[in-house]
Design a protein. Sequence first.
Length: 349
Amino acid sequence: MPWLDNIRRVTPYVPGEQPQGAVIKLNTNECPYPPSPKVGEALASMSADNLRKYPDPTSETLCAALADYYGLTPEQIFVGTGSDDCLAQCFLTFFAGKKPILFPDVTYSFYKVWAEVYRIPYETIPLNDDFTVDPKAYGRENGGIILANPNAPTGIATDLNVIEAIVAENPNSVVIVDEAYIDFGGETALSLLPGYENLVIVRTMSKSRALAGMRIGYVMASPTLIKYLNDVKFSVNSYTMNMPSLLAGVAAIKDDAYFRQTVARIIATRERTKDELKKLNFGFPDSATNFIFATHPTINAAELFDYLREREIYVRYFSAPRLKDYLRITVGTGQEMDTLLRTLAERIR
């Protein structure tokens, strides 16, 4: 089949399993609580007749709401269908040089996939033994840098001074900071935007704002970088955001009280779960996210993964060499975490 030579083949990203039915789903870092009631009100106000029309290609209302919330201008905001779409567009736009881009060896596995799909040369930089970032390792020549902060799947937040050191050391490269989990801990790089034209911050409404099903992500950067990003977007797909997503996104960003209440509930459950896991002899990096990256000294992680799955509790397991001893456990409701802890105790004791 000679036509196979013309087909682009890559090893794809593998998303978390989406089990159906009455299971405890702690494997994809979704919010355990519903979105703001204002989201439902906004969607209910939309006439189905509007769906025959194309949505606003500029996503003006959502960009304006985000700009107002973060103290930026609309020209500093780009929105897309989830942060994955935003990140993919960033790779396509900002990493077009011949030098390799840099990112950690343990991080969001989609980075490597996008690099391979878009034929971007890359090098992975090993994290320290404790899974922290070594800023000196990013002082080499490169075509761009991307760092998740807090990192996934480790849950570790990198100090802002380390992030700034990397951005400052690389004035000729675009540095992307993926802040998908920043609402749960760590310090955002937003304060650095005025001083660094090469900084790009990417966020999502899938986690802390409970809108994973709507697919809303956004980018914050200088107007110049946002213009280049829009140029690429409009060359690929002008209508990335649908009408319901635009309405839901604006409603969610405007209900700040509900957002803060939800985040506080998740953090409180996370901290209680960490305390209980320690009693079961689990170890983990200090999580600044809505998940815990846990390991047990005597029980194999893959075995625990299967044990939980058989009992309809779904967590995430990665078989990569540096990750194979860990489970990534999303923070669910208090009741869900109680069931998880009770089930783990039955296996361990």
